[in-house]
Design a protein around this ligand. Structure first.
Ligand SMILES: Nc1ncnc2c1ncn2[C@@H]1O[C@H](COP(=O)(O)OP(=O)(O)OP(=O)(O)O)[C@@H](O)[C@H]1O
Length: 595
């Protein structure tokens, strides 16, 4: 602050000095001019005085002379000329005098003006000096005030610093004490820290044990949860099955066959089928950019074995022993694995052989009260003709209603009672032989015909005098691919049209059953007519749809699964047992009533 006031003072002083020197120069210049004018005036005055004091050099004399001679006249003429010249000179001097007098007057006036100016300037200088003094006084006062203020401020600051200093001193004293205390604590901690590794390792061991225990607990809980979940799932499935049974729905399973060499080289991106790890009833098909989901009663992935498949149908098969009509048919496009699931290779048989084996063991386990007989017939429907595969006589067979009202049958169809698995295998071999002799290419033929293995289980209870009769139809349908896709003509076209007809009749029957229509068009094809007992009314029906996992078959796969979804919604009504009391007349009466 002081330096600012000082600066201002110095600046004002220099401005004043500048102004003063400027006026001093001006006054000096004016007094010099004044002196010059005074000198000129004095000189002019002296000249005038001198001129006034001087005797006129020329006196005009008028002499009147009588010119008497020529010489005199000449002298007179010359004198007159000289006189005229002198008069001219006098006039010039007079004029000069007047000019000088005027000049002197002007200079006097100028001198007066200069004097006035000088006086004015002197007054201004005095005024400026007074102002300067005043300003100096004010600045001095201001400066003194500032100095005083700064002094006071500095004093306050010094006081503050002094008090801060004293408080800092006391703090330092305190810090010193704290520092000493900290040093002591540090020493103590150092001592403690030397024990740390041991403490830490003990703690880590404890934590590890705790963690292991916690993980074990979690694992146990997890396992319990998984068990509960599986139980829930089983329960859900059981209730679902019960519901299905109550409603009489057609149960629909889906089996995905593994990739085979006919699929060509397949990389993972060509596999279009995926599964839900938590729900074995869902199947996903990657159809172009979207994933289509299909809900079925059970999905068997490509790794599921023949035994596992049979485990799922075992109870259905054995219910035949209790007098139920059961039908299991395999549906799907050619090469999707229908025959594999139903017949299977010799070293790993499918449902047909396992079902018979199961029926044998089940009937044997029923105890001594029961007498059972199991008989089989094997037939195929090819081009809407029924062929008995256990009889090679080539009889034309038709489906007829039994005379006693006991349902449909095929008169003339050979039925063989089987007693052991070996016997069953022999019967199957006969069927396969007969099928092969009628055709040049068994594979192609099997694709275009429906194969039906009919098993009838009759039981008689000696104690209660009751009879049971259950029928098990195991059907390997012809390939379901569309005619338009196969590009067939001639005999092939006829075959395809017939397959198409019977499968579309199957679809119609299912549609009519689903929409609970009064008329169900069973008779529109040999297949539906023959399976009437198994499709409608009091039977348990299972359809196993077979699909290929690769993208080249996607449209057939999607068609198959759409068909499966429709089939699943069909309600057939509660299945009924075929149990007859010993009094045959009563049975007949009941049957006639039903018809
Ligand atoms: N689950 C499976 N495991 C191993 N191989 C299988 C499986 N399913 C099908 N295959 C194989 O796929 C090929 C075609 O199967 P399959 O003959 O059973 O089909 P299909 O649907 O009966 O055909 P078609 O309508 O022509 O009779 C066969 O070579 C068969 O061995």
């Amino acid at each position: 602050m002081l330096s600012k006031a000082e600066k201002k003072l110095v600046k004002t002083e220099s401005t004043l000095e500048e102004t003063e020197s400027k006026y001093r120069d001006e006054v000096c210049k004016l007094s010099k001019e004044n002196q010059k004018i005074s000198r000129l005036l004095r000189d002019t005055k002296a000249d005038v005085t001198c001129l006034q004091a001087r005797e006129p050099e020329v006196s005009i004399e008028r002499v009147e002379v009588e010119v008497e001679s020529e010489d005199l006249r000449q002298v007179l003429t010359e004198s007159q000329k000289e006189n005229a010249l002198l008069e001219t000179d006098v006039n010039d001097w007079r004029q000069k005098y007047t000019e000088l007098t005027n000049q002197m007057k002007a200079l006097q006036e100028q001198n007066i003006n200069y004097n006035k100016q000088l006086q004015q300037n002197i007054e201004e200088v005095i005024e400026i000096e007074a102002k300067h003094d005043k300003e100096m006084e004010r600045i001095n006062e201001e400066m003194n005030g500032q100095v005083e203020k700064v002094k006071n401020e500095l004093k306050d600051e010094l006081d503050n610093l002094r008090s801060t200093n004293s408080s800092l001193r006391s703090k330092i004293l305190n810090v010193n004490t704290s520092f000493e205390e900290l040093c002591e604590s540090h020493e103590a901690l150092k001592k403690q820290a030397s024990h740390f590794p041991r403490i830490i390792s003990v703690t880590i061991d404890c934590v590890k044990t705790e963690a292991v225990r916690a993980i074990e607990d979690i694992n146990q809980k997890n396992q319990e949860l998984v068990c509960k979940y599986h139980k829930e799932m089983k329960l859900r499935k059981k209730y679902h099955n019960e519901l299905v049974e109550l409603r009489g729905n057609i149960r629909v399973f889906c089996r995905v066959r593994p990739c085979i060499k006919e699929d060509g080289f397949t990389n993972p991106s060509q596999i279009i089928v995926t599964y839900d790890p938590f729900d074995d009833g869902l199947l996903f098909i990657a159809n172009k950019t979207r994933s289509q989901v299909f809900e079925l009663d059970k999905v068997f992935d490509e790794k599921v074995s023949q035994i596992e498949v049979f485990e799922e149908v075992r109870s259905l098969v054995t219910s035949c022993v209790d007098g139920y009509n059961v039908c299991i048919f395999a549906y799907g496009q050619t090469g999707s694995g229908k025959t594999y699931t139903m017949e299977g290779p010799q070293n790993d048989p499918g449902i047909n052989q396992r079902a018979l084996q199961e029926l044998f063991s089940e009937t044997q386990e029923r105890g001594i009260d029961w007498e059972y007989s199991i008989s089989v017939s094997v037939l195929e429907i090819y081009n809407e003709n029924i062929r008995d595969l256990l009889n090679d006589e080539g009889l034309k067979l038709e489906i007829k209603m039994k005379a006693d009202g006991g349902g449909l049958h095929v008169p003339g169809l050979k039925t063989v009672e089987v007693t052991s698995l070996n016997h069953v295998n022999q019967v199957f071999l006969t069927g396969q032989k007969n099928r092969a002799t009628a055709t040049t290419n068994l594979n192609e033929h099997s694709s275009r015909s429906h194969l039906i293995l009919n098993i009838e289980v009759t039981g008689y209870n000696k104690t209660t005098n009751t009879r049971t009769r259950g029928k098990l139809n195991l059907v390997d349908l012809a390939g379901s691919e569309r005619v338009s896709r196969s590009g067939a003509d001639g005999a092939r076209l006829k075959e395809a049209q017939n397959i198409n007809k019977s499968l579309s009749c199957l679809g119609d029957v299912i549609h009519s059953l689903r929409s609970k229509q009064n008329h169900i068009p069973y008779r529109n094809s040999k297949l539906t007519y023959l399976l009437q007992d198994s499709l409608g009314g009091e039977s348990k029906t299972l359809m196993i749809v077979q699909v290929s996992p690769v993208d080249k078959n996607i449209s057939e796969t999607v068609c198959t699964l759409n068909f499966a979804q429709r089939v699943r919604l069909v309600e057939l009504g509660t299945a009924g047992r075929q149990v007859e009391s010993g009094d045959i007349n009563e049975v007949k009466k009941r049957r006639n009533k039903l018809c």
